[in-house]
Design a protein around this ligand. Structure first.
Ligand code: WTA
Length: 649
């Protein structure tokens, strides 16, 4: 595990600022320790008590049924509705409070109070019902960052249909695969959106996806960009026409705690994305509780999570978590550099944002753009900063703290996954002394351990594989349509333990340092991609015989996609063909997967058993001398050629 052993040597430590701590929900190590210990020693008691803080329509009779592990049932017998937790429960006290403060890229703004959000969710729920969407159906959502997107998730939840959000950067093919795998019967989309001043078409992508996809009876289209769209009158309906004439009330469906709330597709070690399943009670509790404690939410906060709702961060920390806490959330449609590189900071100043949650790639980008875009804005409203999605390097952490946070805001570096549903390893801002680059310590109910590949706990300070020893409420319930893959992927490496796929080091003080993926998943700008998915996209091109895709470190995006490609005999290498292949991947998967670099290889280096030697390729892609023993290479000349190709460039 030499990669994991190359650990950070970081000794700076930042205790919570006194002014922050004085007002925080949790203020002391003793409070955290007492709650965390209870959550591990008596999960039934702890989670039972926490769960009673959210409104149930029917109380649960058992906290956890783990008898059929790894298939968990949390809050057995309980009934609730996620939209009622996020909206209805706040109407009496917070009906007039701002729920969503939205800004479009061109600068148009809209604000919905909790009362308005309630009306919108009810109307949309009624509209979906009118179109024949039923409890238990799945609805695909392919939308820009507009308030209707939050309403769409909640409206599905209200009628008991599961949503399956597909990030707007995915291609028609990816969208179609996800719609078909999930058996979605309706799609909610928009005509288009704005990105760096350019129109981003969405409806036309949906049209292409649906052209060969049976079973979708309705496409509900928000008019956002006002662009021309093709129309199939049997299937397509304008959101504003259908929704406006609906009643603004609709009773929330009482859902079983274990009813499916959503599917969210994510990449694993194989070519096929997995539909991660989250159910109602445990997920909503996990999102609500973590948002409250990790972001220390207070009534007057203006909270901005910059993630797109197409990713899990947007599900849990744009929509469900903050809204369950009656927070005021900011949503922004566009790019951080439109129309100028200070747009985020202008938004923070304008809306007096108090909590900002964003990704390390964004922070590194802002750093590179230069402080002048930041310092011309007043960021004094900020009191707490967060990061998520990939490891953050200490230099970016320090810049975030000093330049964005003015040295006064704690930083919560939150580790979690689509599968964990909510934040799992994280500082608590009024409690934890933070260290640049460490996600610090486990959240309630999370029982981490760092193991070697044989399952033995490694000594403090050594690198190893992260595992979680206990189930937790917002854990995934499975992979849609593939229970065996769920068991295999997450619960078989260390039987009885959940295996997230990350390398990790725990230091002598019990702090966790996440070192990145140990499987074939790469994180490009925080976006999760499977190298195998990109490989299958490449080999679907008629000129490609074989390909191997690896990540190489990148100063801005964390990792960048490098594709080694072996062409078929008829094909001729050229720069134009490299471009064609990069574009082909973008067409097949989406532009987020476009390789940064395509390299030709006469053949790929393989072990005698035929496995591609990925670590070797990673070393070559990164320009590192490889330490790997190459005596099992099938063809030594391949290595020489790859090296030579590198020298040529
Ligand atoms: C990585 C995103 C280091 C990790 C919420 C994990 C992180 C994967 C952090 C999940 C962090 C997430 N520090 N690495 N704070 N947060 N990761 O499913 O490799 O898109 O397994 O969920 O992101 O990615 P996903």
């Amino acid at each position: 595990m030499s990669e994991i052993d190359s650990v950070l040597k970081e000794t700076r430590s930042f205790p919570p600022p006194a002014a922050f701590q004085a007002r925080a929900r949790l203020k002391s190590e003793a409070e955290y320790q007492a709650l965390w210990r209870e959550s591990i020693a008596d999960p039934q008691g702890f989670w039972g008590r926490m769960a009673r803080e959210i409104p149930w329509m029917q109380p649960f009779t058992q906290v956890l049924d783990w008898s059929n592990a790894p298939f968990a049932r949390w809050f057995v017998g309980g009934r609730l509705n996620a939209s009622a937790v996020c909206v209805d429960q706040h109407l009496a006290r917070h009906g007039a409070k701002r729920a969503i403060v939205w800004e479009g890229e061109p600068g148009d703004t809209r604000t919905w109070t909790y009362a308005q959000l309630h009306a919108e969710v009810c109307r949309l729920a009624n509209a979906l019902k009118e179109r024949g969407v039923k409890k238990g159906d799945r609805v695909a959502i392919y939308m820009p960052m507009v308030p209707e997107l939050a309403a769409a998730l909640l409206a599905c939840a209200r009628i008991g249909a599961a949503h399956s959000v597909v990030f707007g950067g995915f291609s028609a093919q990816s969208l179609k695969d996800r719609i078909e795998d999930g058996g979605c019967t309706a799609v909610i989309t928009a005509d288009g959106s704005w990105r760096r001043g350019k129109l981003l078409p969405l409806k036309s992508v949906v049209d292409e996806a649906l052209a060969s996809c049976k079973g979708v009876h309705t496409a509900l289209v928000v008019k956002r960009a006002g662009c021309e769209v093709a129309w199939d009158a049997r299937r397509d309906v304008w959101y504003h026409e259908l929704v406006a004439r609906q009643s603004a009330t609709r009773a929330p469906e009482p859902m079983d705690s274990e009813d499916l709330l959503f599917l969210l597709y994510t990449s694993g070690s194989t070519g096929k994305p997995k539909g991660i399943m989250h159910t109602t009670g445990g997920y909503v509790l996990g999102a609500a509780l973590s948002a409250r404690y990790v972001f220390d939410l207070r009534d007057e906060d203006v909270y901005w999570c910059t993630a797109d709702v197409g990713w899990v961060t947007g599900h849990s920390y744009v929509v469900y978590g903050p809204l369950a806490n009656a927070a005021t959330i900011v949503m922004y449609e566009g790019a951080p550099d439109a129309p100028h590189r200070g747009r985020f900071w202008e938004l923070v100043q304008k809306h007096k944002v108090t909590i900002l949650y964003t990704a390390p790639t964004a922070i590194r980008t802002f750093m590179r753009w230069g402080d002048e875009h930041v310092t011309k804005h007043d960021l004094s409203s900020l009191r707490l900063l967060g990061t998520v999605g990939e490891p953050i390097n200490p230099a970016a952490w320090m810049w975030y703290r000093d330049t964005i946070g003015g040295g006064r805001c704690p930083i919560v570096d939150t580790w979690w996954q689509t599968e964990t549903g909510s934040i799992a390893i994280t500082p608590l801002p009024g409690v934890t002394a933070t260290r640049p680059g460490s996600a610090t310590r486990p959240f309630f109910g999370i029982d981490p351990v760092v193991l070697d590949k044989h399952g033995a706990e490694v000594p403090a300070g050594s690198g190893g594989l992260l595992a979680l020893r206990k189930p937790w409420p917002s854990m995934l319930r499975g992979i849609w349509g593939d229970p065996e893959r769920y068991r295999q992927t997450y619960w078989s490496k260390f039987p009885g333990y959940y295996f997230p796929g990350d390398g990790c080091r725990k230091d002598a003080d019990g702090y966790y340092w996440i070192m990145g993926r140990v499987d074939d998943v790469i994180k490009v700008s925080g976006h999760r991609l499977a190298t195998m998915e990109i490989e299958s996209a490449l080999v679907s091109h008629p000129d490609v015989a074989e390909s191997a895709v690896v990540g190489r470190p990148d100063e801005l995006s964390g990792e960048a996609v490098v594709a080694f490609v072996t062409l078929k005999p008829h094909a001729v290498t050229s720069d134009a063909l490299k471009e064609t292949l990069r574009a082909h991947v973008a067409k097949e998967i989406g532009s987020l997967a476009r390789p940064a670099e395509v390299r030709w290889a006469a053949a790929l280096p393989k072990t005698r058993s035929g496995k591609i030697m990925r670590r070797l390729l990673r070393d070559i892609a990164a320009g590192r001398e490889t330490a790997q023993d190459t005596s099992t290479l099938e063809d030594f000349s391949v290595l020489a050629t790859l090296r030579a190709a590198e020298d040529d460039e």
